[in-house]
Design a protein around this ligand. Structure first.
Ligand code: PAF
Length: 258
């Protein structure tokens, strides 16, 4: 696996490889099996796989979360090696050069956007910057962040960007919890409580009103503080999504509605 930290290096390496079709998997790093599933899907389509690792400061809710976000590039590189051709880990100045002043402000960001003002402005802006820096043919996102996927699809359509957006199903631990870099911050009893999130969503799928059914279940789940339940419409089908807090940890999940 080769590495680049600037656009110029990246383009040189891609040209030297005669890269052909390029697939980008954008991440914040702290990779887990959910990210590896994105990389594996990109590899399976025969593309040159570029993994970007960039902790995007403008999408974090608080300076504390930004500081606390795990940074472990060496471990990320080790995990990604079997599926990745090029690791792109740009410095902040590469993504937002001095004087940078252009931000995207998606209008339709649903309950997740209302819960995290400014978050999708940061996500949309960095995704556009990464697409410009890497110039991939295809870009991969996870279905767990269903609203993020919807926002990115809208952005790609509205700006007529020449890239295909692909989605990969949620990866779960054997007990059902969706993988997230935040799971490692759950205490053992909190992890047990967090299982109510996937359980409530799965149980609500066949209800006449899945949002109401999941909201009722999560509202009374011990140790769980419900933020919202909502349906996100995607080309892959409707996704029943929810955000909760368990202790200090905010968790998202999404399950497809039949
Ligand atoms: O989902 C993420 O990891 C991030 O929001 C993304 C898409 C890499 C943008 O920073």
């Amino acid at each position: 696996m080769e590495r680049a930290s600037t656009r110029v290096e990246l383009r040189r390496l891609l040209t030297e490889r005669g890269a052909g079709r390029v697939a980008l998997v954008p991440t914040l790093g702290a990779l887990h099996a959910g990210h590896l599933a994105l990389l594996e899907a990109a590899k399976a389509e025969g593309a040159t796989v570029v993994l970007s690792v960039f902790v995007n400061p403008i999408q974090f809710d608080s300076p504390r979360d930004l500081v606390r976000y795990p940074r472990r590039l060496a471990e990320d590189a080790r995990l990604a090696t079997p599926y990745t051709d090029l690791l792109f880990a740009p410095a902040i100045e590469e993504v937002y050069p001095p004087g940078y002043a252009t931000y995207l402000d998606p209008a339709d960001t649903g309950a997740e956007g209302r819960a995290r003002p400014g978050h999708f402005r940061g996500v949309a802006t960095v995704v556009l910057r990464l697409l410009r820096l890497v110039e991939p043919d295809v870009v991969y996102f996870g279905l767990k962040d269903a609203r993020q996927l919807a926002v990115v699809r809208r952005l790609v359509a509205d700006l007529a960007l020449p890239v295909t957006v692909r989605a990969v199903p949620v990866v779960r631990d054997p007990d059902g919890l969706a993988l997230s870099s935040r799971n490692e911050r759950l205490m053992p009893d909190e992890r047990e409580q967090a299982l109510e999130l996937p359980r409530a969503l799965l149980a609500a799928r066949d209800a006449s009103d899945p949002v109401a059914a999941a909201s009722r279940a999560l509202a009374v789940a011990p140790g769980v503080e419900l933020e919202y339940v909502e349906v996100v419409e995607l080309a892959e089908g409707s996704q029943l999504t929810a955000a909760v807090r368990v202790g200090a940890v905010r968790l998202l999940d999404a399950v497809p509605l039949a």
